[in-house]
Design a protein around this ligand. Structure first.
Ligand SMILES: [Zn+2]
Length: 843
């Protein structure tokens, strides 16, 4: 609990520790505390940790002056706001147990707070972005009790104060928010908060000196008392009517116990690494900007290193924990004097120790100077520098590079977050093409795969493989509905699934969600998804929603029954209350061309009705799919259907084969051209080609034996759909391209649509390629340039950026992309991949 207080200069206090022949840095640290030698002074305990080993553990001064008890490294001292990280951990544990989701409205657990609206989520409280009013000053007045406890005061609190701002609008440090989180822990677990934290965190880690001080009156052995200066001496400063409030403070612990805590945060004893990664990600505000505070931790830079830290202060106690995770180095300081400055002490201690191995241990740091920065939030460009250390951005703006930085002169080019491709088919191709030239050469740093209902299975295996430095780009994946359906129904998929089969699909989906899928994707115009009922899709989507997932769909029809298909995805959004995303939105039927505004009106209407519907788009008038997709009724011998496809969906001269294994000579040739060569009409040719492809597939056992690229969209529709504020860019491409979108989408968008045709300004275009895409996919620590976020960056020349990939040369590299970084490592520079694979799996 951080009450407003005035602190003096860092005071050096306590008795020098009696360490036998201390090492040079330990002696230097001891000297910091040598100023006060009297047994009449309050004290402190410190611990310095490197690579899991304790480099120094010392205590100084007194824990209890009156009784002459010295401060020891096992002394329990009040943590103040450092307690918040334990509250957040309790929430994370319950999230992993499926008891709550971060995006659940808090009213689900605290209906008493309905007055504040249901839009404040657990995540808002964790990030201090909920906008709830503070109450300490009026505590007694609103509760009528002298020593109120939060859970007894909830009714009173719910009647008091007005929200300070819209949830997610900004960051404002909030103690009540964490107190409400403690209550949510109680309601979600059915246990008293103190019992939960002591059993599920302290006991599991062996933190035997740690307790939650509340009205259970737990035993506090070997505790420190808080003090403040009083004339020439010190007086007790330990009691406060709000001492027993939990969630925002109230925990006592020792540096020995906090060593166990620090180490647990490198492992998976309490929660998985993926869960921890969320805690260590900055808050995302409504405007797409980030604030460097996660779940009970803030992020900053110190000694040219990333630091994850938190301080605490309450009555006569001051506390600080600073973790330099790139170095596996931590400093923890606990003090029982109200004017102590533990952060400054910890900084000095860190400087003493880290200076020792400065050249050896310092993580790589880079400053890109002289850049036109578009931060991805949609904000206008600013000139300046961006610095990153290890894999995270640490500074943005006008500053001087630190000594030791690699300095890169951007030469006035645009520096943007790496592009996030929300619809990629790179999944299995990454194995053979880990450098992902198709992606990195156009500035993509993250590919969202598992698209169109088709994903790698099981995802855990795919993630394990990809995460082991096997990819230049980051990867996130949806769980594919079609893939799961095939696992359950096999070859017998041309029908609705039974309830029992849907149950088995849900079981498989759970495994994929638990592995870290972003949600459910579907390809309802393809086999086997096209045979599913809406009920089946909704049942699975609901399950994904239970895990906090989202739904992304190649909708059931992109031509004949387009409007029904749009209705279906809106309905899925309405029933499941989860975010739903229209993949590669397009109008592709002749009679529907020019109706983009009608579509946008419909989507806006759904959004106004509370449905979180969004879309992505690729910048081409021609799509690529299978020949069979042209026959939604799967009547491949129906001449009428063939003629409809070649007149209303595309044209014989506008559709050409991009893959055709039965006769590779046809690749690159149009249906019209092939029909001339075969001396028959185009409709017959189309039906014959499908028959030949299916026969070839049956005999060879191969998949993906045919593919067609077909012109069918309208430029004006594309322009309007691109400009819808809820549309982000994607490629729908592959690493081995047959459609030029695999290599050219982003340079084409930025060159042809933004620079040449000026369909939107550059800041908006970058936002649609980065921050907005991240938001639509639920990716929280990428997509904008801000301290604490991952260092995925692209440097490009907005005056020359352009695609060169065409249908006849689909793998031609684009121009204008100068350098691309993924997690702080260069993956592409001046036309070539670096051969480095820093890509991470995003869960
Ligand atoms: Zn698709």
């Amino acid at each position: 609990m951080l009450r407003i207080l005035t602190v003096g200069l860092m005071i050096v206090l306590g008795l020098a520790a009696c360490t036998a022949d201390p090492s040079p840095p330990a002696a230097a640290v001891d000297a910091l505390f040598s100023g006060a030698t009297s047994a009449e002074t309050p004290g402190a305990a410190i611990i310095v940790i490197k690579d899991g080993k304790v480099l120094q553990k010392s205590a100084y001064g007194m824990a209890d002056i009156k009784n002459g008890v010295p401060f020891e490294t096992g002394t329990s001292s009040r943590l103040g706001s450092v307690s918040k990280q334990f509250t957040a951990m309790a929430i994370m544990i319950l999230e992993e147990r499926g008891k709550l989701n971060y995006d659940d409205p808090i009213t689900q657990f605290l209906p008493e707070l309905s007055r504040f609206g249901r839009q404040i989520t657990i995540r808002h409280l964790l990030n201090h972005t909920g906008g709830l009013p503070d109450y300490y000053d009026v505590m007694v007045e609103i509760t009528g009790v002298e020593r109120p406890l939060t859970r007894h005061a909830l009714d009173a609190y719910s009647a008091w104060g007005e929200p300070l701002f819209e949830p997610g609008e900004r960051y404002e440090y909030s103690n009540p928010g964490y107190e409400l989180l403690a209550l949510i822990v109680e309601r979600a677990s059915g246990e008293v908060f103190g019992d939960f934290v002591e059993q599920d965190i302290f006991a599991r880690l062996g933190m035997s000196h740690s307790v939650v001080l509340d009205d259970r009156n737990p035993k506090l052995e070997k505790r420190a008392f808080g003090y403040r200066r009083d004339g020439s001496g010190f007086t007790l400063f330990d009691d406060d009517p709000l001492n027993y409030i939990v969630g925002s403070g109230g925990i006592y612990s020792s540096v020995e116990d906090l060593y166990l805590w620090d180490q647990a945060l490198y492992g998976e004893t309490l929660v998985s690494k993926e869960t921890l990664a969320q805690a260590f990600s900055p808050a995302v505000l409504n405007d797409g900007k980030h604030y460097p505070y996660g779940f009970g931790w803030r992020f900053d830079e110190h000694l040219a290193r990333q630091r994850i830290a938190h301080g605490g202060s309450w009555v006569g106690f001051r506390t600080f924990i600073g973790r330099y995770v790139d170095d596996s180095f931590s400093v923890i300081v606990l003090s029982n004097l109200d004017e102590a400055e533990p952060e400054a002490m910890a900084d000095t201690i860190a400087a003493i120790y880290l200076a020792e191995g400065e050249t050896r241990n310092r993580p790589a740091s880079t400053t890109i100077v002289n850049a036109r920065i578009l931060d991805g939030s949609g904000a206008p460009e600013q000139s300046g520098n961006v610095r990153f250390i290890g894999d995270r951005i640490t500074a943005i703006g006008d500053f001087t590079p630190s000594p030791g930085d690699t300095v890169i002169d951007a030469g006035g080019m645009v520096l943007a977050p790496g592009f996030i491709d929300t619809h990629s088919h790179a999944d299995s191709e990454l194995r053979e093409h880990p450098g992902a030239l198709a992606s990195v050469s156009q500035g993509i740093t993250t590919a969202v795969v598992g698209a169109d209902g088709s994903s790698e299975f099981p995802l855990q295996q795919f993630f394990d493989r990809t995460g082991k430095k096997q990819s230049a780009i980051n990867v996130a994946s949806f769980a594919g509905h079609g893939t799961i359906r095939s696992k359950v129904m096999g070859e017998d998929f041309r029908r609705h699934a039974t309830a029992e089969e849907i149950g088995r699909m849900i079981g498989l989906l759970r495994g994929e969600m638990a592995a870290g899928a972003l949600g459910l994707s579907s390809g309802l115009e393809y086999d086997p998804g096209i045979y599913s009922s809406a009920e089946e899709v909704i049942a699975l989507a609901l399950e994904a929603a239970r895990y906090g997932g989202r739904y992304s769909s190649h909708i059931r029809s992109e031509d004949q029954w387009f409007w029904d298909a749009i209705d279906e995805i809106i309905e899925i959004g309405r029933v499941t209350e989860m975010p739903v995303h229209v993949s590669h939105v397009k109008l592709a039927l002749r009679r529907e061309l020019g109706k983009a505004q009608q579509l946008i009106d419909l989507l806006d209407q759904a959004r106004a009705g509370g449905i979180d519907i969004t879309a992505d788009i690729y910048p081409y008038t021609y799509w690529e799919s299978t020949l069979t997709v042209l026959f939604p009724n799967r009547d491949f011998d129906n001449r009428e259907a063939a003629e409809f496809a070649l007149s209303e969906v595309t044209t014989p001269e506008g559709a050409y084969l991009s893959v055709f294994k039965p006769n590779p000579d046809y690749v690159g040739r149009s249906i019209l051209d092939i029909s001339h060569a075969r001396e028959t009409d185009p409709a017959t040719t189309l039906m014959d080609l499908i028959r030949e492809a299916r026969l070839y597939q049956e005999q060879s056992g191969e998949t993906d034996v045919e593919s067609v690229v077909a012109v069918s969209m309208d430029e004006e529709d594309i322009r309007r759909l691109m400009n819808w504020p809820h549309t982000n860019l994607c490629t729908d491409g592959s690493l081995v391209a047959s459609h030029p979108r695999g290599f050219g989408s982003y340079p084409r968008f930025l060159g042809r649509y933004v620079r040449e045709r000026q369909v939107m300004d550059l800041a908006t275009a970058v936002h649609k390629s980065t921050g907005l895409a991240a938001r639509h996919m639920g990716i929280r620590d990428r997509g904008t340039i801000a301290p604490g976020l991952k260092a995925d960056l692209v440097l490009f020349d907005p005056e020359t950026i352009i695609d060169h990939a065409t249908p006849s040369a689909p793998e031609a590299l684009s121009a204008g992309i100068r350098q691309v970084w993924v997690n702080g490592v260069t993956v592409f520079e001046n036309g070539e991949v670096s051969g480095k694979y820093p890509g991470q799996v995003i869960h």
